[in-house]
Design a protein around this ligand. Sequence first.
Ligand SMILES: [Zn+2]
Length: 132
Amino acid sequence: MTQQIVQTVLEEAKKYNAKRVTSVHLVIGKLTFLGIDQIKFSYHLLVKGTLMEHSKLLIEQMEPTVKCTSCGYQGPAKYVDDPAFHFAIPTLTCPKCGEQVTIKLGRECTIKNIGIVTNGQSGDTRDVEGGK
Ligand SMILES: [Zn+2]
């Protein structure tokens, strides 16, 4: 998953002729159950030797949104405190009627934006398609 993110950022950076990537801002749904530390760890391994080396990684967590087909409820998921894990976990139960809900948002991982450094000077060589 982190590898996919790194690949996408590198492709984007290429499109903009970036010399260096300075920051990457990710939005991660809380239902991905991905550990932030885990992402950061593999990120720093994967960016070594690429344009993204030494870039800052920002991770924003997004609350999940659920939808109930029985009563039409749409909004944040219901949380229950799990004493075994010492934190609140989202349930797939409707907070209004108790029926099962479907997850609308919260399982995705998206790249919100990236910070890049480009060499804006004239004299940059650029490949132009069909330029021969
Ligand atoms: Zn409901």
